[in-house]
Design a protein around this ligand. Structure first.
Ligand SMILES: C/C(=C\CNc1ncnc2c1ncn2[C@@H]1O[C@H](COP(=O)(O)O)[C@@H](O)[C@H]1O)CO
Length: 248
């Protein structure tokens, strides 16, 4: 015998209410209702969801990118600076070898690398970042994604690249370089070649690492070998490929 239907039963999703606890309006009615208090928009609870959505968008856009190298460098390098031409070479060399170039998508070296990759028919990926001043993706980007948060964007630089190339740069570039160096040093990521281009530019830092950090036991003796320093795009990428071959 079938049970008697409950005349006052009310279903909300998986839950059924009977009797006094019965809701007076549907969830959708509440969803669509006007909500004059918008203070929740500025709470960490809501921010967590926004952060989550940045990861979702980033993963969705980059998961099928294929082999790629993240390239960092100064946002301030003018197009007539000799190191801008090296940035263009990096983008072109990557494209010619079927590797996507992932950059910050901004001006300076980011533009140079995107330009080289784009002109050579490759993928010039720009991970834009919200900054206090208006910042647009450079015109050579052909796959652009905007991020609110540096840390989400940094995850993309690491997760979707198999190596890093670092051109001369300032604090932003150093931050990105040492993020990668620390991840390799602590073995959070494996076989991740890191190349610095510009022996003259980087020599002071390398010397300081040897003379202070190693000498004073702040890092291990072999930690300075976590990156390779050279002067050209071709040498950088040839070294990266040799590392990939050695670990495959
Ligand atoms: C300062 C200027 C523009 C800043 N615009 C940027 N857009 C995208 N990414 C940026 C920007 N500035 C820094 N970055 C990231 O850090 C690295 C460069 O920083 P640095 O301090 O200049 O070395 C770079 O790799 C980006 O990922 C002027 O127009």
């Amino acid at each position: 015998m079938l049970p008697t239907p409950q005349p006052d039963a009310y279903r909300r999703g998986a839950v059924e209410f009977r009797g006094p606890g019965r809701p007076t309006e549907t969830s959708e009615t509440r969803l669509l209702a006007d909500q004059p208090d918008t203070s929740w928009l500025h709470t960490d609870t809501w921010r967590v969801l926004r952060i989550q959505s940045e990861f979702v968008e980033g993963f969705g856009a980059l998961a099928e990118l294929g082999p790629a190298v993240s390239v960092f460098g100064s946002a301030r390098t003018p197009a007539d600076d000799p190191s801008y031409a090296i940035g263009v070479d990096v983008g072109r060399e990557l494209a010619e070898r079927g590797l996507a170039a992932i950059t910050g998508g901004g001006p300076g070296q980011m533009e140079a690398v995107c330009r080289g990759a784009n002109e050579a028919g490759g993928i010039a990926c720009g991970l834009g970042i919200e900054l206090p001043h208006e910042q647009a993706l450079n015109p050579w980007v052909n796959l652009g994604i905007y991020f609110r948060y540096f840390f989400v964007r940094k995850t993309m630089f690491i997760k979707y690249a198999q190596a890093f190339i670092v051109l001369p740069g300032g604090f932003g570039t150093l931050d990105e370089l040492f993020e990668a160096v620390t991840l390799v040093q602590t073995r959070k990521i494996k076989s991740f070649p890191i190349v610095l281009i510009g022996t003259s530019f980087w020599s002071g830092l390398v010397e300081w690492i040897r003379e202070r950090l190693i000498a004073e036991g702040m890092v291990g003796e072999r930690d300075v070998d976590l990156f390779y320093v050279c002067d050209s795009a071709a040498e950088a990428i040839t070294w990266i490929e040799s590392k990939w071959t050695a670990t495959s």
